[in-house]
Design a protein. Structure first.
Lengths: 257, 399
């Protein structure tokens, strides 16, 4: 059983996964952010690999990526920072980043190194299912990592079924047609889509991300899926206070009040 | 083995191409891929497209025998005059086609990216003509540099959206257009300005520009008694005017291609946009191709005097033409391009766009046999580049 399966098997209440950009706000915050999130009971962490051209991200994550790059974050440095991470936490850890930096590191070398480091999964938003299956699936499977695929309001039922069949961890349900970033509310159409996906009774658990930013959106997400993924809100908390433990508290307050 | 230079059914030219897009765009891009050929080949589309190319753009563009330039370079040189098109460049061939396609797909909102503003102006023009709302993404740096084109787009009724992320130039404008598309996938059609982006864009844009080589064939036949030249010269930014110039000759080995990319201050200067010379394989804006990037895979800001060649990637077709040796790629510096521009102006009375001047720069450096027949595509006119040329007056206008 991988760490994802263990999590979804043992946890009955909603799952909360938190994204942060590695190298933001300071270059060497990575391990400390993971420790604080994990200690505060967060269920899963997505470690963002900064990229110069994050085309699926809104302004908040664009900004954190730019700062992280200016701070000097690179993949080799990130792996160095993560080398003892499994002494700190046992929750699922996911690397999330765009394809190009991964290709330059070497896709296979990247997967091997990530697995060795104790990473459980990958999210590469610009690596769609066909390209993944044709070219990369073998490499990912050999490394023991899980590739996490996304579904969106535009994804057909048939395609959702195929994505489900090719997933072995969870499915990332993008809430709305948008880039990453806060929303105050999920509209009627969004809720109808959440319901539609819920009624499909997929094999894999579903987590809802993009726009989860307050108690309302968090609860709606958890009502229709196994939990929520939040990113931009946490980045904003990190902008508000340089004290990481305070930022994590602020995040939890924001999602629960 | 026979190598084909046409896109394969998965959207690749050899190892280059594909569709590396976020899931939210999958349906959109898949739909476009499934219908673009049917629509573009339909009589209804062709009638409207051809009529607009003829009566609105002013096609066919002349194939002009440049006598004095020919004497200078020692070959028989023809200029394909895309500079005489409405809006002053080849870009409009593509914009008309894509907006007509968008309408047939039921899309009601047009977005585009632009660097220098040529593609933005062309798309805004077509949207005025066809009464479609148009949003043009443009980096703030480029807005400041190309303010006249911004005002032209506004006069045409388009909304110019200033892009403030990254270096605020073409690559960032493209990111922002893609983000807008992600947010509005059902009603919006993204009119990409070159042979870049996810499949089917590179092929679709190449086909819409292929009118250039279709005309060259007919025009050469009547002028030379044969329908092909020995050499074709074109500049490559993303590669659309070059793709259009080569298209009907891709499989004709008798025709040699020379592509001119922008070397900026020089290949070794760190201030260059010569993607084929300097780039490594990677993925940018939805397609696998050569990219100017750091060892860590961060995309670098290219530099060229010509805003239209200032792109860190290159169309996948051109990456493949270069890799297979089908095209020879010359890196032309700012200085060589400017010299060629002044030379053409004095020899033929034609002020070329700075982009096109790179193709002319490559021509001037080349050694020909006197009987060689050469066609150079003058992709655009130089009006937009007058400030850059005026800066060079002290060098070129002294007696
Ligand atoms: C006149 C002209 N030529 C060439 C280009 C480069 O584009 P492409 O390589 O797609 O032809 C541009 C782009 O703005 C242009 O305006």
């Amino acid at each position: 059983m991988n760490r994802f399966q263990k999590l979804f098997k043992t946890k009955n209440s909603p799952v909360l996964s938190v994204y942060f950009t590695a190298g933001f706000p300071k270059i060497h915050d990575t391990a400390e952010i993971i420790r604080q999130l994990s200690d505060s009971g967060i269920d899963m962490i997505e470690i963002g690999i900064p990229f110069s051209d994050p085309m699926a991200d809104g302004p908040v994550i664009q900004h954190s990526s730019q700062i992280a790059l200016n701070n000097g974050m690179t993949l080799p440095l990130l792996f160095e920072q993560l080398k003892d991470i499994r002494k700190i936490t046992d929750i699922p850890l996911v690397l999330m980043g765009y394809l190009n930096p991964v290709l330059q590191y070497g896709f296979e070398a990247f997967c091997t190194k990530a697995a060795e480091t104790g990473i459980d999964g990958l999210i590469i938003p610009d690596l769609p299912m066909r390209e993944y299956l044709n070219e990369f699936q073998g490499i990912v499977q050999k490394s023991g990592l899980e590739n996490i695929l996304l579904i969106t309001p535009e994804t057909s039922e048939d395609r959702i079924r195929r994505i489900d069949a090719n997933s072995h961890s969870f499915i990332y349900m993008v809430s709305t047609a948008s880039t990453t970033g806060a929303k105050k509310d999920f509209g009627e159409d969004t809720v109808a889509y959440f319901k539609r996906v819920k009624e499909m009774n997929l094999i894999n658990p579903v987590l809802t991300g993009f726009g989860v930013s307050n108690r309302k959106t968090f609860e709606t997400a958890c009502q229709y899926s196994r939990g929520a993924i939040t990113g931009s809100v946490f980045i904003r908390c990190l902008q508000q206070t340089s004290d990481i433990s305070k930022a994590v508290k602020l995040l939890l307050e924001t999602l629960h009040s | 083995m026979h190598t084909t230079f046409h896109v394969d059914s998965d959207g690749y030219y050899g190892p280059y191409g594909g569709a590396f897009i976020p899931e939210i765009l999958h349906k959109n891009v898949e739909e476009l891929g499934a219908c673009y050929l049917n629509i573009m080949n339909s009589p209804d589309f062709q009638d409207e497209y051809q009529e607009l190319l003829r009566d609105y753009v002013g096609r066919p563009s002349p194939l002009y025998y440049a006598r004095r330039l020919s004497e200078r370079v020692g070959a028989k040189v023809y200029l394909k005059r895309e500079d005489l098109n409405h809006t002053g460049a080849h870009k409009i061939n593509n914009s008309i086609g894509q907006v007509l396609l968008a309408r047939r797909m039921g899309k009601t909102r047009i977005i585009a990216e632009t660097g220098a503003g040529q593609h933005g102006v062309a798309t805004a023009t077509v949207c005025a003509l066809l009464d479609m709302p148009c949003f043009v993404f443009m980096g703030e740096t480029d807005i400041a540099r190309q303010y006249l084109n911004v005002q032209k787009m506004e006069m045409l009724g388009a909304t110019v959206v200033p892009v403030t992320c990254g270096n605020k130039t073409l690559k960032d404008a493209t990111n922002e257009a893609i983000r807008d598309w992600c947010c509005n996938p059902s009603d919006t059609f993204y009119v990409i300005g070159s042979t870049i982006g996810p499949h089917p864009y590179p092929d679709m844009v190449a086909r819409l520009q292929s009118v250039i080589s279709e005309e060259i064939k007919k025009q050469l036949l009547s002028k030379e008694g044969r329908d092909y030249p020995d050499y074709l010269f074109a500049c490559v930014g993303g590669g659309s005017n070059a793709a259009g110039t080569y298209y009907h000759y891709l499989e004709n080995d008798k025709v040699k291609f020379v592509s001119a990319e922008a070397a900026g201050l020089g290949l070794e200067s760190g201030q260059s946009a010569a993607t084929i010379h300097l780039g490594r394989e990677g993925v940018i804006h939805g397609c696998r191709t050569l990219i100017i990037q750091t060892p860590d895979g961060q995309i670098e800001e290219p530099y060229s005097i010509s805003a239209g060649l200032d792109y860190p990637g290159i169309g996948p077709l051109h990456a493949y033409l270069a890799k297979t040796g089908r095209a020879r790629v010359e890196a032309i510096t700012d200085q060589e391009a400017v010299e060629a521009a002044f030379a053409l102006t004095r020899l033929e009375g034609i002020v070329p766009a700075l982009e096109s001047s790179h193709a002319l720069g490559a021509l001037m450096k080349f050694r020909f046999n006197p009987e060689d027949i050469v066609v150079v595509t003058v992709s655009g006119r130089g009006d937009k580049d007058m400030p850059a040329y005026i800066e060079q007056f002290p060098t070129f206008l002294k007696r």
